[in-house]
Design a protein around this ligand. Sequence first.
Ligand code: AMP
Length: 528
Amino acid sequence: MMIYDWSREQAKKNGDQIAISLSGEHVSYGTLESQSNQLAGRLLVNGLETSSRVCLFMEKTPKTIIAMLGISKAGGVYVPLDIHSPAERLIKIIKSASPSLLLLDHISIHLFQSLIQVDSSLGDIPWVWWSENEMEYADDSKPGFMFSDIKKEADYPHQVRNAEYSPAHILFTSGSTGDPKGVVITHKNICSFIEWAVPFFDMKPGENTSCHSPLHFDLSTFDIYGAFAAGCHLHLVPAEISANPKKMVAFIRDNELHQWFSVPSALSYLARFNAIPKEGFPTLKRLLWCGEVFPLPALQYWMKKLPGVKFTNLYGPTEATIASSYYDVSEIPELDTEIPIGKACGGEKLLILNENLHQVKYGEVGNLYIAGSGLSPGYWLDQAKTNAAFIWYTNEEGDWVRIYKTGDIASLSGDGFVFFHGRSDYQIKSRGYRIELGEIEVALGQNDLLREYAVVPVKKNGFEGTSIGCAFVGLNLSNGELAPQLKQKLSHKVPAYMMPQYWKEYDKLPRNGNGKIDRKKLSENFEL
Ligand code: AMP
């Protein structure tokens, strides 16, 4: 099974059905299949070698998704890029991927030209004009071929050139050392998750589903291939509406979405503006989030407003493909409860181990490791990092199992649910005490004063060592009164040495390219 098999099946069954829409542009399953076959044909004629990388230097559009399928069908590996990343970071990623080809469209070409100004060697990479718009290009360089050229190619399924364990895409995530790390994901990794998720969520043909995350973030992998496997109509959420609650609401309502999947921040944002209409979203059946903790006040708000909807917390790192565990939140949670990350998704296993790689007892915290079908073969061209994060372990039955160290701290309850307790690398020493910043966050979340919050390490020069900073967004405008109230409440929950020394109120917390809270930035803001 390869990642392009689902859309191929849908094209055979119902080629006229719309597969993808974006702002009034619609692509049917038939077109998706034909154009990706034609692109594959053209890539093969051009000599694309099996497993060579093709960078998608484009926004999230139906054409970009056609390209993903076409590249896969030709045996290539696609690398979706965040074209709005800072130039230096993008250049590092492109050079690391060392693509044999790059796809550009009318939106991205100027951005790419500006990268060439910074590093002229990028101008040597062969490229394709992947747009129906007339080509505009300032210098002499010419594309290898244009979108219009593929129409001349025959439309038939090409002989499969990859195997299940061949890489399908490489997703670059931030690396602690400053260089982005490329996580290699195989066809098999993706197929295993999708084959569990589609029946689990009972996704049905013709349903309207969302694609909110950018293509370089793996939540979109589920959106795309989950929709194709089930025969759904995928609605790409334009990036610009994410910061506009009215438009987000209109998007969910007018497209009659049945499923929404995103990082929690998109959902907290609507809660913050009390944006869900009185009548709710009548068609919505499922609301899924992944990537970080959903703040309880915002989750409560959503669950109260949408009583008939199934709410599911998904958990997992990119290295284990999309998500590794799930928890259905069946009742509106109290503010002093914790939502588990739940139980392993099909084909996956969660292990909570101590420093000696022995399983911890129920209720005890340990390091969370993941085993199973989602595990990436490793980091792109980085054996040292791969060996450090993906290790071999002998389980209780004496079998060797490959496991991934998530860097998360977790515990297992007696009834088999895993609870997330923050990152092990958020552990700090302050005034000699060992502190998990995640623990302070959990305590902070247990009140109804906050929309969003993050507790971060603060390294001021001088004798202080590492201090603690709390960045927060109030439910309502506070005129500076909130910090004293929060301190008062928190002082009842954590010992004095765990109280943040620095407090800063925001209108909204800064986010990184994946939509997660940008903790590094918050720390830096405190350190100014
Ligand atoms: P990424 O590779 O960007 O998806 O980040 C993976 C990390 O995000 C995990 O190791 C966790 O620290 C965090 N994470 C993912 N899902 C959740 C969740 N549902 N709840 C809490 N943290 C999460």
